[in-house]
Ligand binder design. Sequence first.
Ligand code: NAD
Length: 504
Amino acid sequence: MSTNIEAAAVASISKATRAFLAAPRKMLIGGEWVDAISGKMLSTFDPSNGDAITSVPAAAAADIDVAVQAARRAFDSDEWRNLRPVDRELLLLRLADEVEAHGDEFAELECLDNGKSLVLARRVDIKNTVEFLRYIAGWATKIEGSTIDVSLPRARDGEYFAYTRKEPIGVVGAIIPWNFPLMMAAWKIGPALATGCTVVLKPAEETPLTALRLGELLEKVGYPKGVVNIVTGTGIDAGAPLAAHPGIDKIAFTGSTEVGKLVGRAAMDNMTRTSLELGGKSPVIVLEDANPRAVIGGAASAIFFNQGQACTAGSRLYVHKKLFDQVIGGIAEKAAKMKLGSGLDPATQIAPLISERQRDRVWSYIEAGKAQGAQAVAGAARPDNSGYFVEPTVFVDADQKMRIVQEEIFGPVLVAIPFEDLNEVTEMANDSPYGLGASIWSHDLNKIHRLIPKIKAGTVWVNCHNMIDPALPFGGFKHSGIGREMGRAVIDMYTETKSVCMAI
Ligand code: NAD
């Protein structure tokens, strides 16, 4: 990796992004840009070289309290309540237009803050954010209850008229991870605003910048003060008090299963509604009739996309033994040729991981794989540079009990295991605490249809992987979470159902 390329690429950052990063940032509470009450700040780092980019307020419980109160006032205000569904739709459409207009700036911020490729940030993060906001805007005008014929005993000449109403759940606390920061912010804020809720959003401490920039655009398009509050800080100091705050009505969390369980427990004490989008260890299942060339490209992208830092990363590869050598050889060859580098370099295929801690964590799994007897056929060597890089790595000679097969690594590390029959691969695919995604590669419809109902995962892809659409419900079985985002399903997660029964 050449440091000259990095210097040239850094020089290409736009004036707008430079201006945004020129001074320490403030957070958005009650329509004001403020520091933390303690005055403390947190630095955010460029993962390609470890340099500090800028700093943001380090919020704690007192700041969360003020933000929740601001969100409550906004929720109860006539200004917000009296907006018609069509007004909420229009605001979200305007927000989508603004994000699109500032797409390059958002992509640069995401690239600098998260380390990801600028090309990927534009094509995936920003594009999905804009499309998701437009999709969810449409739901604001399509929220419906139903009329229900009840069988209650009738008083003489009497009848009953019964129906349901969908009402906004209230103040939403949203806690998001660092892997797709802007997208994750949109996935929480979008449905909250479409349904008429108000929000306190806490971005990950590693990647607060695009959420803060989004805050400026939320103001610009005309959201009333306090409808969206963006509070920056660590998980322990800011996330935990938000999850445990009795003043929120719902917590929407995306992150690790370990923290998701803490958040769920804290929420339960206040009977706070919860949706949890958690970790994964998604199997990629290649049947014997699959097209090996399509599988090699598809499986490599399923794991190496975003440096393996995707909750649905295809990290376990089960290949029919007839195709095993050919498919693994092809993926290993691809992995060995992938170019590591700064996300600002358009030629980069593997950008740095988010942090030193994450790099060391992924590295410890590579060591564990070797120690438990798996063989690396690609990668597994430490790159010689200052950023948080991990080479794309492919393990074979693994068994189900190994840590690299059972635990979420969240890095560019693939483990491949051969199989002979459908029952065996079904058992191995389901032998995991997680159940977020899975893909099947085949054109044998009989086998595909027999397999789909048996796979314990929230999404099953066929001949593709990591395809996430705003209209398609997304979420996990088992320890991968509770609830569904996207589609009609997400509206249920941000509304309460009120039943009305009138004697008439
Ligand atoms: P993480 O759980 O460490 O952190 C996620 C968020 O929770 C951050 O904002 C963090 O500050 C906050 N947090 C940390 N400790 C907290 C606490 N005690 N109380 C409240 N909040 C706390 O996860 P991460 O490392 O940022 O992200 C990676 C994880 O996210 C992976 O497990 C990945 O699979 C998962 N993820 C899941 C999805 C999905 O949709 N299912 C999407 C993206 C990422």
